[in-house]
Every structure is written in structure tokens, then in C-alpha cells.
Design a protein around this ligand. Sequence first.
Ligand SMILES: CC(C)(COP(=O)(O)OP(=O)(O)OC[C@H]1O[C@@H](n2cnc3c(N)ncnc32)[C@H](O)[C@@H]1OP(=O)(O)O)[C@@H](O)C(=O)NCCC(=O)NCCS
Length: 352
Amino acid sequence: MKGYGVTIAGIGRYAPAGILSNGDLEKLVETSDEWIVQRTGMRRRHIASPEQATSDIAIPAAKAALEATGRQPSDVDCVIVATATPDYLFPATACIVASALGMTGKPAFDISIACSGFIYGMTTAASLIRAGAFKSVLLIGAETLSKIVDYTDRSTCVLFGDGAGAALFERSDEDCFLGSELGADGADPTVLYLRGGGSRLPFNTNGKADRSAGFVQMQGQAVFKFAVNMMAQSSRNALARADLKPEDADFLVPHQANARIIDATVKMLKLPPSKCVTNIQEYGNTSSASIPLALCDAVADGRIQPGNVVVFTAFGGGLSWGAVAWRWGSARVGKLPQENIEPERPAHIVPA
Ligand SMILES: CC(C)(COP(=O)(O)OP(=O)(O)OC[C@H]1O[C@@H](n2cnc3c(N)ncnc32)[C@H](O)[C@@H]1OP(=O)(O)O)[C@@H](O)C(=O)NCCC(=O)NCCS
């Protein structure tokens, strides 16, 4: 039996007002603007305030996606939050977001697959709609990575930022989901991980956990090589599910982890750089929020047009990876709340 069609009806985003520049990082660790720009492509990152948890930035992004479609919260059947920085280990951040939006009683759950979260979320949301389980699913990628970054460790603190992006998936006559490929390899979880707080090293260890247990740790070069290979391979495979090749893609929207990773992926896929959407200079690596943040930019400025074939791809902790090939419909972007917010110095990270 053929399933239902699915489209993305609206998208939205939110980035907190705190701005951490490369110049600010020069005051915190031995680094330089030149090193950061050359090695990563990043210039600044948005940073949540000490009071802002992940749900607090997920909610405005979700509202923007709903506003773009004119839908009410009551029209949404299910809420999914992709995040590596939930408000709590449990309950799921999605439950908090759904209730804050007035959707108490609706199914809500988190996807925990680090930076691959939005790709896994897109596949889950689309599949739930295609199978007929729901008519409408709100997917939000939201992160407050600044809460788990050690601002004395130059190998990680320059990379990460905070933000949120949302997409409302709806049943439709046209099926925009072309294909997806997901993968994971957990043989060595320590390549990229947060050591403390889980069942292997619980918080209640009576002092056995050292300071680094609360911060993201990473083997940068190992992640780099893996990232390029898996983003290229999964993009090819997702497109192949619809008998398409990389050259058939109008746009690539990759996870924004490092400009050099993105450039190498584009080369491997033999795409012209103009087909690749990047905004890493503005946000840094926002994990599961990076793809919807980049997507919002490219739809808002008119690059991505109805009918375009768009490939989304990501990699992250797990290790994990994936890609989704999508035919873009007529989704609009909700108003961008952060444009009305005055940038602030994140005084809890860079004291005056
Ligand atoms: C982290 C990353 C930017 C480092 O870049 P790199 O070119 O691999 O740099 P290396 O790790 O080889 O380090 C080169 C030198 O720069 C130094 N360095 C590292 N971070 C630095 C910083 N912020 N400023 C200045 N120097 C720095 C290192 O100490 C090293 O010095 P040494 O040669 O004296 O030992 C890069 O490996 C990367 O992006 N990896 C993927 C990470 C990622 O995507 N993580 C998230 C996944 S979702």
C-alpha cells in the first residue's frame, strides 16, 4: 500500500543575543582570530544567557515555524526535539516545549544522536507522516552547547555555539521526501562525548568525577576525516534512493562543524561551491540546530526555491551520520526574532 506524502510547510529559527567573537576567545585561551578563521571558518557564535536552557530557545524557533504557516499549536500532532544538550537528562525537552506551546497531551519526545539529530529527526518526522501515524509533526533542533564547553580548552571552545531551528512537517499530496540514509558506529564513544552525567559516570559519584567530566571532549582529527567521508557517502546514497546523483542536487545543506570539512565534502561530491549553504561564520557549530539555521538563511534570501532538490547531511557523536534528499516545497520562513534583539556580551563567559 502506498503511504501518504509529506512536505515541510514552514521553518523558523532563533539564536540567543549573546555574541562570542574570535576576539573574545583570544582573551580566554591562547588562540587567534587568524587561526580560528583559517582552521574553522568561524567568526562568532551566539551564546545563551545563564538563565536560558535549551527549551527556552527551542520555543521561539518553534513559534516562528508555526507563524510561517499560520498553523496553531492545536494543529500539531507530535513534537520532536533533537538535542545533545537537553534541559534535563529526563524528562524529554520536547515535553517541556510542547506544553509551553499549549500542546499538553500531544506525543513529545527527544532524539539524542548529537549533531546528526536533525537528519535523524527529518527521517523520523517524514516517516511518521508517510505511515499515517500523524498529519503534522513539529521538529526542532535546539542546543545550548555553551553549557558543556570548557572555555579553558582551546581545542573545543572555539568551535561551538547555541541556537535553534524548527520545521513543521505536514501530510501533503506531493511527497517531498526523496530518500535518506542513516548510520552509526559506537565502537569508540569517546571520540566525541560528554563523559559525566550518564550511567557510566553518574553525577552522584561522591567526588569521583573530575572537572572535565562535565565538558565535551573530542579527538578533532579523527572526527574530521570521518566527517568528510560519511557526509559525502551518505549524501550520494540518499540521492540514489530516488535515482538521483550528486549533480542532480540544487543545494547541499551540510552540518556546520568546520568550513574545511564542508569544503572537502563539496569537492568529494564534485559540486560547485555555489550549491553549498554555509553560515558557520555567524553561528559556529550548533550541533542539531546547524542544519535548520542554514536552511532558514537560504530560504529567507531566496536561494532555495520550490522544486529544488536539497540534500541535507550531518555527522556527529556516536559516531553517527546521515543524509536526507528532499524536494523543496513552498515552505516559508517565520519572522526572525533574533533580528530584533540587541547583541550582548556573554558576561558569564567573558567578564568585562
Ligand atoms: C578541531 C579542529 C578545528 C583542529 O584543527 P586541526 O587543523 O586538526 O588542528 P590540530 O588538532 O592538528 O592542531 C594543530 C595545532 O593547533 C593547535 N590548536 C588547536 N586549537 C587551537 C586554537 N583554538 N587556537 C590555536 N591553536 C590551536 C594545536 O594545539 C596544535 O598545535 P601543535 O601543532 O603545537 O600541537 C579540527 O580538527 C576539526 O574541526 N575537527 C572536527 C571537529 C568537529 O567537527 N567536531 C564536532 C563534530 S559534530
